[in-house]
Every structure is written in C-alpha cells, then in structure tokens.
Design a protein around this ligand. Structure first.
Ligand code: ZN
Ligand code: ZN
Length: 364
C-alpha cells in the first residue's frame, strides 16, 4: 500500500468513528500529507470509499507529477471552489460532512451550507493532525535530511561571522547556506539575537552587530522539501563570563535530563517537568516562560506539545519533538539549547548533531 493509501485508510476509520460520511480537508498541510500534492488552493473530499481533490488548471502538470492516480476535479478559470465542492458532495451522496474547524472559516461554512442545504456539518478538530503525530519511515528520513542540512548551514554560516556581522546578515547567511546544502529553504525566519536581545524568545534580526555583545543566540532550521528541523545554539563571540557559563550549564543539564527521559509511554507533561524541575532547583524557574518543546513535521509547530497541561498525551514511537529549555534574563540576554528528538521503540534518538558543550560555543 502506498503511504497515501494507508493514511487515507486510517483517516476513514476516524471519520467513521466520528459518525460522518466524509471529511472535507481544507488545511493545506493535511492535503499534502494525504495526497503528496504541494500546490495551494486545493481541497480534498475523503468519503468512506473515495478521495477526490478539487484543484484548478494552474496545477495540471504538478498534479500529474505529485499525485498520479488520484481522482481529480480540476476547476476551469471562473469556476469557484465552494460551488464545485457542493456539486461533488451532492454527487457522492454525503449527508453528514465533517469539516476541519481549525482551517475552515465561518464564512466558507455558511456559503457551503447555502449551496448544499440538505447536508449537515460536524466539526472535526484535528483528525488528520492526530495521524500526523506519528511519523512513518519516509517522514523520519526526510526529517533526518532536514537536520543534516541545518547542521551544515550553521557550521558554514558560523565560520563566516566577523565582529561587524549584523543579526540580519547572519540570518541571510544561514538561509543561503541551507539552500546551498540542498534545503528548499529555512523552515522559518531564523532568530539571531545578540546579547540582551536574546532575552526575547522570538527576537527578529536587527542591525545589531556581533561585536555589540559577548554572545549570540541562533534559532534556525531547514526544510528539506516537506519536512523541517528546528535547532537553537549559542555562539560566544566575546568574553565567556561566569554568569553565562553558570546559566548555560543549567540549561544544558535540563535539556540532557529531559532528552534522557524521552521514551514511549512517558507523558508530554512529565518530560516538560523534568527540565522545569532542574531549572527551578537552580533558581531560574520564573525565567523559563515557555513550554519545553513541540512536534515537528510538515509544520514547525505541531502536535504533540511538551508542556504543562499535557498529562494525557503519551509519547509514541515515531513522534519527533524538539527539546528546548531556555532561561531569559531581562537586560542581560537569554540562553536556549534546542534539538530534535525521535521517539523510538526502546527510547529515543537525537536527530540533530551540532556540538553543544560549553567549549563548543566558542567562536573561531
Ligand atoms: Zn527553534
Ligand atoms: Zn522550536
């Protein structure tokens, strides 16, 4: 069975359990996951015995390349999406349609309801997203590649840093190097934060220069085609202060402890707790103001989430999560270390390979 066929099969079981006749997949990434098609503006209707992609003429060649054999309704110029979907729903005899409440807008639902007045809707929160939590072999390989590309781009960009390099220039270099090493792009606009700016967990690069402070936080990842990586490393570009060394060791210790605790059956809250306990014990609890990590895959942030409140979510083999504790001190800066971890049958495997002992942080 192709990966697309086996994913559709699993999805149909869930649609049936939901009591619906079909699911209209409107989330872009979910369409890609189920069909392999990467173009925009296309919806997938999955009934209990069929799957039809509603796309348009711009994608004719791409559709033949990416999802040969898939049933298609190709819209002609001027033929609108929702009336086309309404026709299809009518033809396939769907009475109770599950819709993706996270991507379908109220306006779209209202319009579709007017076009197909006999049909009823049921909201489905995340049927496809739940399937996406556990990665198959091909997804794991694509993630490995994204991790390697990220490591190489960092190494190359880091070697080119000078005291005059700005945050923006380093961000540009990472992007360029990632593409040179075969990535489609970086998986998100990178965070490059010099000194005190690193206290902002989501700082955007500015014209601040490397020489303006003693260290820089770099958070970046590569997109190998469909699947992404997500890492954070610190680079010490000036004097390595005792304060930096102390906080770095706390963050690294918390990260390594949390990674060691990753195994099937552990809850996402437990893993977060392991890192949080270490940081709290060192007296920095209130400076770790975000969850420990998140799933990665087709998107940079997806389920599961390693954070408080996730005590019902259990890790399973095939999940890939980031582990990224951080300590952020206003007016001083922040330290975060982030790696990507695969949950395996017997425990875990660290997919990202970029040195992170404190001596490895020295630039040059
Ligand atoms: Zn990150
Ligand atoms: Zn992350």
């Amino acid at each position: 069975m192709t990966s697309s066929a086996s994913r559709l099969k699993k999805l149909r079981t869930r649609v049936r359990q939901h009591g619906a006749d079909a699911l209209l997949v409107t989330n872009f990434h979910n369409v890609t996951y189920l069909t392999g098609f990467t173009g925009e503006d296309s919806f997938l209707l999955v009934t209990l015995d069929s799957a039809t992609l509603v796309s348009d003429r711009r994608f004719t060649i791409q559709l033949a390349e990416e999802c040969p054999g898939l049933d298609l309704v190709v819209r002609e110029p001027g033929q609108l999406m929702l009336p086309t979907v309404a026709d299809l729903v009518e033809k396939t005899g769907v009475e109770l349609l599950a819709i993706e409440s996270a991507s379908m807008t109220v306006g779209m639902q209202q319009a579709l309801g007017e076009l197909a007045p006999d049909m009823r809707f049921v909201l489905s929160g995340n049927l496809v997203e739940q399937l996406r939590e556990v990665k198959d072999k091909s997804e794991i390989e694509a993630t490995r590649l994204a991790c390697r590309q990220a490591a190489k781009s960092f190494e190359a960009a880091r070697a080119l840093i000078t005291p005059h390099t700005t945050e923006k220039q380093l961000a540009a270099e990472l992007e360029y190097q990632a593409r040179r090493f075969g990535a489609k792009r970086l998986s998100f606009p990178p965070i490059v934060a010099v000194g005190a700016r690193a206290a902002l967990p989501h700082a955007t690069p500015t014209d601040q220069r490397i020489e303006d402070a003693d260290f820089v936080l770099v958070d970046w990842g590569a997109d190998s085609g469909l699947y992404v990586s997500d890492l954070t490393r610190m680079v010490v570009t000036g004097r390595l202060s005792q304060k930096f060394a102390r906080i770095y060791e706390v963050v690294l210790d918390a990260q390594l402890a949390a990674i060691s605790a990753i195994r099937p059956g552990a809850t996402c809250e437990q893993i977060d707790r392991v890192a949080r306990d270490r940081i709290e014990a060192a007296g920095y609890g209130k400076y770790f103001g975000h969850g420990l990590g998140h799933g990665i895959g087709l998107e940079v942030h997806e389920a599961p989430r390693l954070s408080r409140g996730q005590d019902k979510v259990v890790l399973r083999p095939g999940m890939i999560v980031t582990v990224e504790p951080g300590i952020y001190l206003p007016n001083w800066g922040g330290i975060r270390i982030e790696d990507d971890i695969l949950v395996t049958k017997s425990g875990h495997e660290v997919l990202t390979d970029v040195p992170k002992q404190i001596d490895d942080c020295h630039w040059g």
